[in-house]
Design a protein around this ligand. Structure first.
Ligand code: NAD
Length: 368
């Protein structure tokens, strides 16, 4: 059995608490003989700043580059609100994304039937929802130059951000989306604003070219980003894989997240370019932040973190069967009425972070 090399970055706030539960699942997987891991750990975010004066050290970056997969729990918190901008906790996250070339951000929005009532939408709209948003993560308006604020000298200022995409950036993210759709329900919805933005015109053109040349077996639809936002809250189950740029992806994936009810449930993956052996650099992390309001209380939900491990088994290690087992354990725990406080519903058993880890491992064991 191949040994997977992992770097664990627990970070700040509830990060160490939820990472501890993921580590217990890793240990269970080794014991059960389903996977083998070589695990390293390091600091990121505020905890790295406290120890080293930076949000991530060069040594930790080297370890991240050498790993088959990086797991990051969460960074940030009020303690570091006043640290210099270049070394703020989020700078560690951004450096990881940039230096590992993580251009494809995958955010599944899955609504477990047991949690359908936690959504602000009606049960029949969200129950059984399973969509995947593929967001371009390293280009677009967040990075395009010029990016300036100029004082015009007449009491006015001018701010400029530049939305900028080149063909190769759209081509490679489109390929990720089409490949993923082939493993799911074979539908890709591409989203931009070609009616008002030149970058949208190019986006639509390149996605269509990639589709026609190499993925004609996958159904492709185009949907303007504003219309897609409406459709996501009207009838989200019509979608399978949604591919979009950095800005629209940021917004649309947060809408999709809320359909499912709780931040504590949502994992994500960020992938880089495939090398000659098909291996991609990869980072897996919950969508939520460091939740300083509940840090240290032992009540954080570890499911998004453990769901991120399931994504790694599927997308980095080609062990979709193990990913399925982890996800089945998650729905088993929810069906049994066990909930952390963030997802509690009437009549459920409210349990701690550690008890949720216990319950998940018990479910995995019960699967045999
Ligand atoms: P947050 O996601 O940390 O918390 C929002 C709310 O959701 C809080 O009430 C929190 O208690 C709850 N919550 C989040 N995750 C939970 C979990 N696993 N279990 C139970 N409840 C959970 O967002 P925020 O409060 O806006 O930000 C807090 C800090 O996290 C800030 O410093 C922010 O910059 C940082 N942040 C980091 C990341 C990241 O590391 N990727 C992402 C977002 C925010």
């Amino acid at each position: 059995m191949a040994t997977h090399k992992l770097l664990l970055l627990a970070g700040d706030g509830i990060g160490p608490e939820i990472m501890a539960e993921m580590k217990r699942v890793l240990a269970w997987m080794e014991k059960a003989g389903v996977a083998s891991f070589a695990i390293e750990e390091d600091l990121v975010g505020g905890s790295a700043y406290d120890a080293h004066g930076v949000a991530i050290t060069d040594a930790a970056m080297d370890r991240a580059k050498a790993a088959d997969a990086v797991f990051l729990a969460a960074v940030g918190g009020p303690k570091w609100a006043a640290v210099p901008y270049e070394v703020r906790p989020e700078a560690g996250l951004l450096r990881l994304r940039k230096d590992l070339g993580l251009f494809a951000n995958l955010r599944p929005a899955i609504c477990y039937p047991a949690l359908a009532d936690a959504s602000s939408l009606k049960r029949d709209v969200v129950e059984g929802l399973d969509i995947l948003i593929v967001r371009e993560l390293t280009g677009g308006v967040y990075f395009g130059e010029p990016k300036t604020i100029t004082d015009l000298g007449n009491g006015q200022k001018r701010a400029i951000d530049t939305q900028l995409y080149e063909t190769y950036e759209i081509d490679r993210i489109a390929r990720v989306a089409f490949e993923l759709a082939r493993t799911r329900r074979n539908l890709v919805t591409s989203s931009e604003k070609h009616n008002v933005m030149r970058s949208g015109v190019l986006w639509k053109e390149v996605v269509t070219q990639v589709h026609d040349a190499d993925y004609a077996d996958v159904k492709l639809e185009h949907n303007l980003a504003d219309s897609l936002a409406m459709q996501l809250v009207r009838w989200p189950k019509q979608f399978d894989v949604i591919v979009t740029d950095n800005l629209f992806g940021d917004i649309l994936s947060d809408i999709a997240a809320m359909l499912t009810g709780s931040l504590g449930m949502l994992p994500s993956a960020s992938l880089g370019e495939a090398d000659a052996n098909g291996k991609r650099s990869a980072m897996y992390e919950p969508v939520h932040g460091s939740a300083p309001d509940i840090a240290g209380k032992g009540i954080a939900n570890p499911i998004a973190m453990i769901g991120s491990l399931a994504m790694a088994m599927r997308y980095s290690f080609n062990q979709g069967d193990v990913a399925d087992r982890i996800e089945k354990a998650i729905s088993g725990v929810l069906d049994a009425g066990k909930r952390t406080a963030d997802i509690k519903t009437e009549g459920c058993d409210v349990i701690s972070t550690k008890a949720m880890g216990d319950a998940l491992i018990a479910q995995l064991e019960a699967q045999g």
